[in-house]
Design a protein around this ligand. Structure first.
Ligand SMILES: *Cc1c(COP(=O)(O)O)cnc(C)c1O
Length: 238
């Protein structure tokens, strides 16, 4: 059995090595520790080990954890961490994400963007977002088809309650992570293309790479890696 501290150190080391292999500064890559299914006590343990960016994929599961941890930390005079929403946001859950996340990675339709926009404008907030892209065209996955991105960006860029900052993808599950290298490379090329077409948008993030494929994603340009199991162990079935 390894401890969380050991697993975390190893993940950080692997992130640094992957960045170096690609000639990148390891500080360009932010680790988002994915705590879905894990209780607040586990999140707190990671926080105490220095993790300050966490990701959750379900708004209704995340909110009580976000609030409970913040209350605990506040009582101890400590600062709350930053939270990332990385999962599909159903239209009726939009209100649950307002004001809680530094970044929503998973905006997957123009319609959702419009709903988020109206909620964030009501709250007088401007929410940083990424657009999720379904590169491999998998039926089971959310996200924009690559060819639909330019038109979507054109519209979403006009929404004042949202600030578009980049792209996100979830790669297919494969045996060997090398098999998904083309997926990550394609996401980076899509970002480069959008940068040329929309130079006024502050494109800065490529959210790609999870436990099984984060090193390849970093080699292909990831700025945010979303890692759960490599830090917290296998999840139960939830
Ligand atoms: C669960 C999840 C992750 C983390 O997956 P691991 O395989 O545990 O690293 C990353 N991204 C999204 C969107 C997820 O839902």
């Amino acid at each position: 059995m390894t401890t969380m501290k050991e697993r975390l150190e190893e993940v950080k080391e692997r992130i640094a090595l992957a960045a170096e292999r690609a000639g990148r500064d390891p500080n360009e890559v932010t680790l988002v520790a994915v705590t879905k299914t894990h209780p607040v006590s586990v999140v707190r343990e990671a926080y105490d080990l220095g993790v300050k960016q966490f990701g959750e994929n379900r708004p209704e599961e995340a909110l009580p954890k976000i609030d409970a941890l913040a209350a605990q930390l506040l009582a101890g005079g400590l600062q709350a961490p930053s939270w990332h929403m990385i999962g599909h946001v159903q239209h009726r859950k939009v209100k649950l994400v307002v004001g809680h996340y530094v970044l929503i990675h998973s905006v997957d339709t123009v319609k959702l963007a419009r709903r988020l926009d109206s909620r964030f404008r009501e709250a007088e907030l401007r929410q940083p977002i990424l657009l999720e892209v379904n590169i491999a065209g998998e039926e089971s996955k959310f996200g924009f088809a690559p060819e639909d991105l330019p038109a979507a960006v054109e519209e979403i860029a006009t929404l004042e309650g949202l600030e578009l900052q980049g792209l996100m993808t979830v790669a297919p599950i494969v045996e060997n992570p090398e098999e998904v290298r083309p997926v990550f490379r394609r996401l980076r090329e899509l970002l480069d293309d959008l940068r040329r077409r929309f130079p006024n948008i502050p494109w800065k993030h490529l959210s790609m790479g999870m436990t099984d494929d984060f090193e390849v994603a970093i080699e292909e340009g990831a700025t945010l890696v979303r890692i759960g199991r490599a830090i917290f162990g296998e999840r139960g079935t939830v």
